[in-house]
Design a protein around this ligand. Sequence first.
Ligand code: CP3
Length: 342
Amino acid sequence: MIKNDLFIRALKGETVDRPPVWMMRQAGRYLPEFMALKQKYDFFTRCRTPELASDITVQPIDIIGPDAAILFSDILVIPQAMQIEVEMKDGIGPWLPNPIRSQAHVDQVIVPDIDEELGYVMDAIKMTKEKLNDRVPLIGFAGSPWTILCYAVQGQGSKNFDKAKEFCFTQPEAAHQLLQKITDTTIAYLKKKVAAGVNAVQVFDSWGGMLSPVDYQEFSWKYIQQIVTALKEETEVIVFGKGCWFALQEMANSGASALGVDWTCSARNARYLTGGKITLQGNFDPSRLLSPPSDIKSMVKQMIDEFGKDRYIANLGHGILPNIPVDNARAFVDAVKEYKMG
Ligand code: CP3
């Protein structure tokens, strides 16, 4: 049904002529077409208006040509739906005026009815599917419970999420209750996304690497595993843990279809830790897209040679940066499409 199903085939571990490619945060600020809409509508208006969200989702497909689309939205619509106030401030990023710091506040956090609070996401998915017209698969996503807790407790982005960690380490019971509420909401949300038409889901554990390997098990992995277990029969699940190479072995046995890796972990190490049995996704340094296009092309070829063309999805090791020239992003995608072995 989907004309270009390379991405799904790679997730299922099938043999392919070349790996599929997409870029994390591919809908965004490096595209002039996105900036034009950003001038007119604030961030959450773009997320909440299916017409806008679906247009933004399709922009990179038309302009750059990756093998999968990712729905334009944000991981922070989940805390919003749980009645935690979230704003997006220019120059600052996410801003939560009432960060969670106590058991009493955790008690107030609700597990919402998804259709009531996040029906606009499902509408955006349906509209995007129409605009994509089965050209490429559509990816849905959510943040990991730990990464959502980071924002809910810290109240904004941070270099070390010290307040989030302090909350977990001084009030572990309250922290675990909050993580479980986020997990329950996320599972219901992702199931609705699958029902609305997404072809795969990715869990972004952007701040998992802030935790030690032991704390990672307790405060992050335990909850991601619940999500994977709940979703794996219904769709392909990708887990991307930034800085979480230490957990790859466990992740490989979780039931996920693929694991994302960042650029600090070599292909060889990632393959070794995962026993060569699971699809890996990554791991081009996003800053390397600032290199001249000819350098990007040779580095992409080398990256694919190292991961191998099968059980592999070419991607960046984290989101694309706003200062990347469009031609360089296109060179990245083209290099994967032109890949030949040898
Ligand atoms: O990948 C895509 O193209 C789909 C869209 C997408 C956005 N956010 C749009 C967005 C996705 C997948 C996300 C996920 C997200 N959001 C993550 C996990 C991935 C990652 O990068 O680690 C996180 C941590 C967030 C939280 C968030 N949203 C931050 C920290 C910021 C501000 C920092 C920044 O990059 O500006 C956002 C805002 C945001 N989300 C923008 C976009 C395009 C930029 C702001 C804008 O467009 O006005």
